[in-house]
Design a binder for this molecule. Sequence first.
Ligand code: ATP
Length: 264
Amino acid sequence: MNTSISVSDLCWQVNGQPLLDRVSFHLAGRGMYGVIGPNGAGKSSLLRCLYRFIRPTCGEILMNGRPLAMFSRREFARLVAVVPQELPPLFELSCEAVVAMGLIPHKGWLSGNNADDMRRINTALGEVGLEGYNQRPFGKLSGGEKQRALIARALVQQPKILILDEPTSHLDVRFQIEVLELLKRLDVFVVCTIHDLNLASALCDELLLLDRGRLVAKGKPSEVLSERLLGEVFGVCCTVEAHPQHGNPLIHYFYGYNGTSEHP
Ligand SMILES: Nc1ncnc2c1ncn2[C@@H]1O[C@H](COP(=O)(O)OP(=O)(O)OP(=O)(O)O)[C@@H](O)[C@H]1O
């Protein structure tokens, strides 16, 4: 079956304040779907609804046509892997033990790692550039190394759907590109938030643009990343041209612009 996520009239309110406001969309087929928008737009909240961390106030989410509530915990963990925005305080564990946690939905807590498991763990560590880090304490890794170890944990989980909240926020530019290219190569359905709009443009098949809890645009990067929308939603002044390599929008920002005039 084709992997899909359908969201209809999704609302999430806190103290009567709508933080997600009637968000609806349908994503189908493998691909890389980027969720973009200004700080506080509701991107993480949307992802948290998708991975069942928060319960929406109203609306419906279907994964592969089934309501989220219909999945058992184990079924859901086999379908969906999550890389959260916050780096968890797994100080006591080795990098290998953190990555091995991704195997739990397939075999439970108490079984040790056999040769096949170790092959998966080492392959995943290699894919994120952490080969040989097996025994390094997770708590002593740099922010970017922790983020890559958590991505390796998600890869080991072999999900059909991978949800990542700002997977590149701690990474230097080389690893930003490498990690997103790796996610794109994988045979999975990826939903991730990204702040770097040029990176999102280069690597996402489709973008969802959120603003103040509402979905204001959805489509290919060339359909979403227009000068007008970027100005309206982010309050920036920019020009957009086709990237010389991949042809998707390449955004040039103007500085000294206070959001009130056309150009500096
Ligand atoms: N549990 C909560 N209780 C109250 N307000 C919340 C809660 N979680 C998020 N919010 C608020 O909801 C809004 C959207 O937050 P969210 O983290 O989804 O935004 P975001 O688009 O991911 O932002 P950023 O780009 O800064 O990470 C923010 O104003 C935030 O303060």
